[in-house]
Design a protein around this ligand. Structure first.
Ligand code: HEC
Ligand code: HEC
Ligand code: HEC
Ligand code: HEC
Length: 464
C-alpha cells in the first residue's frame, strides 16, 4: 500500500495527526512487518517537515490500551504512560483531545500527563463537574496562523463516552453551534474539528456544519485509507498503534489533501537520542514488575503446576510440544528486551506475575535465563545433547512460554483429583491469536473459515 503521493502542491500549512496509540512506545513484534513506535514517528515527522508552518495533533486514546487497568498492572502502566508523555514532548505534540481510555488512571493522572507532555487538552463540550473548582482545564479552541489564513481547532466529545466521575459531556452539536454563533467563521479562517464522536456521527456533523474544513476522528478505528468527503469537508482517521502517521496539506487555492505514511523499518536509522533514552529508562524502571508476585494472582482457586510437573507421565506429548513454536514463545521477546512490558508477557507466558524459573533449591531465575533454558531444552529433546542448564529435574516451576495449562486449564491436583480438559475450545486459541496479534488468521476483521482447525492440526498433542 503506497499512500504518500509525490504530487507537489503549493501548500501553506501542514498538519500531522495520530490517535488510538494505545500506550505503545515501541512496535510489537507480533505482526509480520511490525509498524509504529515513537522513534519511527519522530523520523517520519522530520522527513515530512516543510518550510511552511505545521502542527502535530492527536485525537486521543493514545496513553492506554484499555479503559480499565488491573491491579498488578497499574504501576508499570502508569510508568509507561508517563514515559509516553515525555516522548510526546520530544515529538512536539501540540493538541490533544482525550478519549475515554486516556482516563484509565483517573483525571488527576491525565492532568499529570498533560503537564509532562506540555500538550494542550482541547474540548468544546467536556467540563469538570464541580462548578466551584471548575478550572477550565480543557481549552475551548486553539488558533494558529499561516500567511493570511487562520486555522481554528476545536475538540468535540461524544455523549456516549464513559468518563471519570469528575467530568461531564454537553451536547456536541449544541456546543459547536454556540461556539460558531459567538465567533462566526471569517473567509480567511479554516475550522478543524478533532473529534471523539466516531465516524457516522462525524459524517452527520459535516452535513450539519458545512463550513468545517477537516474532521479528524478517533475511537472506532475506521481507518480511512481514502479520505471521506462530505460536501467540502474532509473526514480522516489513521490506523491504531501509530502504524501510520496521518498528514493533511492545506493550500490557499485548493481543498486540503490527506496522506498516510507507514511507520516501517525504513524509518529506524539514526534514532532520536532523547527518545532512545526515554525508552531505555522506561524499560529499566518497569523491569522489576515483570516478576512480581501479587496477592490477587495467588488467590486463583485452582492451582497451576507448570509443565515440568507433566513430563514424567506425558513424556511423548512433552517432546511433541517442545517442537512447537509455543514452547519457544519467550524467544521473540528477548531480542528487544520486551520482558519488561507486562502486557506482552500475558500471551507469551502461563502467568507472568509468578516469577520466571523457580528451581527446586528455591533459587529464582529471570526471563532471559528462562528463554535460553527453553532453547536448550528443545535442542536436548531433539538430539539428547547437550544437557540443558539448569537441568529439567532441577526446575520446580517454569512460568514462561505457551504451555500445557494455557490450553488445558490449571491442573490443580491432577491426576489425583479432578479431570483435565482434553478438548481445547477454539475460544482458548483466539484469546491469544487475536486479529491484531495474528493477522494471518484473519481476513480483515473476520476469522478465515476453517483456520483454527487447520492450525490445530499443527500443534495439537498426540495421544499419550
Ligand atoms: C502421575 C502421572 C500424571 C501426571 C504427572 C500428569 N498427568 Fe495428565 N493424565 C494422567 C493420566 C493417567 C491421564 C488419563 C486419565 C484421566 O483422564 O485422568 C491423564 C490425562 C490428561 C489429560 C487429558 C484428560 C482426558 O480426559 O483424557 C490432560 C489434558 C492432561 N492429563 C494434562 C496434564 C498436565 C497439563 C499435566 C501437568 C500439569 C499432567 N497432565 C500431569 C497422568 C498424569
Ligand atoms: C493477545 C495476545 C498477545 C499479546 C498481548 C502479545 N502477543 Fe506477541 N504474539 C501473539 C501471537 C498469537 C503470536 C503468533 C502470531 C502468528 O505467528 O500468527 C505472537 C507473535 C509474536 C512475535 C513474533 C514471533 C515470531 O516467531 O515471529 C513477537 C516478536 C511478539 N509476538 C512480540 C510481542 C510483544 C513485544 C508484545 C507486547 C508489546 C506482544 N507480543 C504481545 C500473541 C500476543
Ligand atoms: C496450544 C495449545 C496446547 C498446548 C500448549 C498443549 N496442548 Fe495438549 N492438546 C491440545 C489440543 C488442541 C489437543 C487435542 C484435543 C482437541 O482437539 O482439542 C490436545 C490434547 C492433549 C491430550 C489428550 C491426547 C489424547 O488424544 O489422548 C493430552 C493428555 C494433552 N493434550 C496434554 C498436554 C500436555 C501435558 C501439554 C504440555 C506438555 C500440552 N497438552 C500442551 C492443545 C494444547
Ligand atoms: C497463551 C496464548 C496462546 C494460546 C492459548 C494459543 N497460542 Fe498459539 N501461539 C501463541 C504465541 C505467542 C505464538 C508465537 C510463538 C513464537 O513464534 O515464538 C503462537 C504460535 C502459534 C502457531 C504458529 C504460528 C502460526 O500462526 O501458524 C500456531 C499454529 C498456533 N500458535 C496455534 C494455536 C492453536 C491452534 C491454539 C489453540 C488450540 C493456540 N495456538 C493457542 C500464543 C498462544
Amino acid at each position: 500500500m503506497a499512500f504518500v503521493s509525490t504530487t507537489v502542491h503549493a501548500e501553506s500549512f501542514r498538519l500531522f495527526y495520530s490517535h488510538d496509540g494505545m500506550g505503545e512506545l515501541e512496535p510489537c513484534g507480533c505482526r509480520a512487518n511490525p509498524m509504529g513506535g515513537v522513534i519511527r514517528l519522530k523520523n517520519a515527522l522530520k522527513k515530512q517537515a516543510t518550510t511552511s508552518p505545521s502542527i502535530y495533533v492527536d485525537t486521543g486514546n493514545s496513553y492506554f490500551e484499555s479503559r480499565e487497568v488491573a491491579g498488578s498492572l497499574r504501576e508499570p502502566i502508569r510508568i509507561q504512560s508517563e514515559k509516553l508523555a515525555e516522548a510526546h514532548r520530544e515529538l512536539g505534540l501540540k493538541l490533544y483531545v482525550p478519549g475515554d481510555k486516556d482516563f484509565a488512571l483517573g483525571l488527576d493522572h491525565f492532568k499529570k500527563l498533560v503537564k509532562i507532555s506540555k500538550i494542550t487538552p482541547l474540548s468544546l463540550n467536556l467540563e469538570e463537574r464541580d462548578e466551584k473548582t471548575k478550572s477550565h482545564f480543557f481549552q475551548q479552541e486553539f488558533v494558529t496562523k499561516s500567511g493570511d489564513t487562520s486555522y481554528r481547532f476545536v475538540g468535540l466529545h461524544g455523549t456516549d463516552l464513559i468518563l471519570p466521575e469528575e467530568l461531564v459531556v454537553k451536547n456536541p452539536t449544541e456546543a459547536l453551534k454556540k461556539y460558531l454563533d459567538d465567533k462566526p467563521l471569517q473567509t480567511n479562517e479554516k475550522l478543524i474539528v478533532l473529534s471523539e464522536l466516531t465516524l457516522e456521527k462525524d459524517r452527520t456533523l459535516a452535513e450539519m456544519f458545512t463550513k468545517i474544513s477537516l474532521i479528524i476522528g478517533s475511537r472506532d478505528q475506521a481507518f480511512t485509507q481514502t479520505p471521506i468527503t462530505v460536501g467540502s469537508t474532509l473526514i480522516v482517521q489513521t490506523s491504531y498503534r501509530n502504524q501510520y502517521l496521518g498528514i493533511v496539506n492545506f493550500s490557499d487555492e485548493s481543498a486540503p489533501v490527506a496522506e498516510l505514511m507507514g511507520l516501517d523499518e525504513s524509518l529506524e536509522s539514526s534514532p532520536d537520542k532523547k527518545l532512545v533514552q526515554i525508552i531505555a529508562n522506561w524499560k529499566k524502571s518497569t523491569r522489576k514488575f515483570s516478576s512480581i508476585s501479587t496477592p490477587a494472582a495467588q488467590n486463583s482457586s485452582k492451582q497451576f503446576q507448570t509443565f515440568p510437573s507433566c513430563v514424567s507421565c506425558h513424556d511423548g506429548i512433552f517432546k511433541f510440544w517442545m517442537g512447537t513454536p509455543h514452547s519457544q514463545a519467550l524467544t521473540p521477546l528477548l531480542a528487544k528486551d520486551q520482558f519488561s512490558q507486562p502486557q506482552c508477557l500475558t500471551c507469551h507466558t502461563l502467568k507472568p506475575d509468578r516469577g520466571a524459573l523457580v528451581l527446586e533449591n528455591g533459587k529464582k531465575l529471570g526471563w532471559t535465563e528462562h528463554a535460553s533454558f527453553m532453547k536448550d531444552l528443545a535442542q536436548f529433546t531433539r538430539t539428547g545433547t547437550p544437557a540443558p542448564k539448569p537441568q529439567l529435574e532441577q526446575v520446580k516451576q517454569a512460568w514462561g512460554a505457551v504451555q500445557c495449562e494455557n490450553c488445558h486449564g490449571p491442573a490443580g491436583n491432577h491426576p489425583f483429583e479432578g479431570q483435565m480438559k482434553k478438548i481445547v475450545p477454539e475460544t482458548t486459541c483466539l484469546k491469544c491469536h487475536t486479529e491484531e496479534r495474528a493477522p494471518s488468521w484473519y481476513e480483515g476483521k473476520r476469522l478465515k473459515p476453517g483456520i483454527v482447525d487447520l492450525k490445530k492440526k499443527l500443534i495439537q498433542c498426540p495421544a499419550g
